[in-house]
Design a protein around this ligand. Structure first.
Ligand code: NAI
Ligand code: MG
Length: 493
């Protein structure tokens, strides 16, 4: 068990300066591995959000970034990436404390965040328009333009990485950004803000306001001068944002929850399938929107798969995020701990069989928010543990008899984010992918998501394209210009 640690307090970043809230209000961010206060953080209210938005708007209108040459924008974004790589160990240590992620994992994610900036820097210089065949004497072209101020709201499961994921494409095409990070994990984003200034991203272009959802997040969503919103988080909040955005007819990009099916067919390479399924079920303590939280396995291989799976899951090392060799840290918060253990109780109540876990495991006695890898077998598809996003290391195992039944169970949830398939039959891989209701399908490669590959949630899992070249559309709107250069005069004489 680790001793309580304290880190530097965090303030907002508005117009290039670190500032307290106008009200002076602060809140605590907690170290999930000990349950103790890690730092105090400025709590943003409507007035603070307004200052951040106005600062973003001023920068946008002044053109310090939006009209900077694309090559120069790209250069500064690459410089930011370099600064992040150079500082990744320090930022990773902060991230690990604030999130409970194993140290090595947290640091690796900081590097991935930097890679997003490098990749999207290139987007600044991509061609962005079309011309259209029209009448003689006319010329019509369309181009993509930045919206102005993009409001970005992010969750706690990948704080630094998601801060880069959200800001990189928005900045590349010339927007300003106001970032509202999750209240559980604000600290690493403040580091991003500092380095952005150092990299030459002008004051006011990237603003950060800390605080909660109902006050800080909702103020950003409701602000009339934020025409574009990008949100990652729960489906319920995404729906609330969509409703609120109607008042100003805002464009909304949403990446929401999931209940990813992980299908193992009898023809799979079983060893590879078990290893990959363990990873997708439990990585990041199951706190990923695309976690393979439903293991659907063909009946003829079910006993063998489950036995191997339970045996290996029992060997996953849960513990202190700062200790070398730890694979799973705690959950993010006391709330999430209560929620996840509530689902475990619900699974038992619904009659599923607890094949592994259910408690804190080896970290019994710690005040951290630990839950050990937990596996339910004998799960029926209609059970709550098989339908709802648990967001913890809790796996529901369901058996199926044939491909038809597998697809029916896989698709019978409100979510449609991702699906993983294990098979060595290429025909089956294509056939099944055609019919799975999911935005991304991984055959024999869970969570495989290079930065240039796009991604979009189906059903209640999201709205709008993310990553890849598609992100250019998401963070720009269309402007069309028709020119009469000799086509005769138009109108009434
Ligand atoms: P949440 O959706 O409430 O929070 C995500 C972000 O939205 C945070 O920055 C929060 O401050 C903000 N927010 C909350 N209410 C808001 C509002 N009314 N207006 C504007 N912003 C608002 O997620 P929470 O409560 O942290 O986790 C609950 C569940 O949500 C998890 O158990 C999981 O099932 C799901 N979730 C899914 C994520 C994903 O990546 N798809 C990430 C985080 C949570
Ligand atoms: Mg924290």
């Amino acid at each position: 068990m680790s001793a309580p640690v304290r880190l530097a307090d965090a303030r907002h970043l508005i117009d290039g300066r670190e500032v307290d809230s106008v009200s002076g209000r602060t809140f605590a961010t907690i170290d999930p591995s000990t349950g103790t206060e890690l730092a105090r953080v400025a709590f943003g209210e409507a007035e603070d959000v307004d200052r951040a938005v106005q600062s973003g708007r001023r920068a946008f209108q002044a053109g310090s970034w939006s009209r900077l040459s694309p090559g120069e924008r790209a250069k500064r974004m690459r410089r930011l990436a370099d600064l992040i790589h150079a500082d990744a160990d320090r930022i990773g240590a902060i991230e690990s404390r604030d999130t409970g992620k194993p140290l090595g994992q947290a640091t690796a994610e900081v590097h991935v965040g930097a890679d997003f900036l490098t990749y999207f820097a290139g987007h600044a210089e991509l061609p962005d328009g079309r011309t259209y065949p029209v009448d003689a004497g006319y010329f019509v072209y369309s181009k993509r333009e930045p919206y102005g101020v993009v409001g970005a709201i992010s969750p706690w499961n990948y704080p630094f990485l998601l801060a880069c994921w959200k800001t990189a494409p928005a900045l590349a095409v010339g927007n300003s950004v106001v970032l509202k990070m999750a209240e559980q994990t604000p600290l690493s984003t403040s580091e991003l803000g500092r380095l952005a200034l150092e990299a030459g991203i002008p004051a006011g272009v990237l603003n950060i306001v800390h605080g909660d959802g109902p006050t800080t997040g909702a103020s950003l969503v409701a602000h009339p001068h934020v025409p574009k919103l990008t949100f990652t988080g729960s489906t319920a909040v995404g729906q609330a944002i969509l409703r609120s955005a109607a008042d100003h007819v805002k464009s909304v990009h949403l990446e929401l929850g999931g209940k990813t099916p992980n299908l193992i067919f009898a023809d799979a390479d079983i060893d590879q399938a078990v290893a990959g399924s363990l990873f997708t079920a439990f990585y990041n303590t199951g706190q990923i929107c695309t976690s393979g939280s439903r293991l659907l396995v063909e009946r003829s291989v079910a006993d063998r798969v489950i036995a191997a799976f339970v045996e290996r899951a029992g060997r996953i090392r849960v513990g202190d995020p700062a200790a070398g060799g730890t694979q799973l840290g705690p959950l993010i918060s006391a709330e999430q701990h209560a929620r996840v253990t509530g689902y475990i109780a619900e699974g038992l109540r619904e009659g599923a069989t607890l094949a592994l876990g259910g408690g804190r495991g080896a970290v019994e006695g710690s005040n951290g928010y630990y839950v050990e890898p937990t596996i339910f077998t004998g799960v029926r598809p209609g059970m709550r543990i098989a339908q709802e996003e648990i967001f913890g290391p809790v796996l529901s195992v369901i058996t199926f008899d044939d491909e038809e039944e597998a697809l029916r169970i896989a698709n019978d949830v409100m979510y449609g984010l991702a699906a993983t398939v294990w098979t060595t039959d290429l025909r089956r891989a294509f056939r099944v992918a055609e019919r799975l209701e999911a935005g991304i399908i991984w055959t024999n490669c869970p969570h495989y998501l290079p930065v240039n590959v796009p991604y979009e949630g189906h059903k209640l899992s999201g709205l709008g394209e993310d990553l890849g070249i598609e992100a250019l559309q998401t963070f720009t709107h269309l402007k069309t210009h028709a020119i009469n250069h000799g086509g005769g005069s138009m109108g009434w004489a």
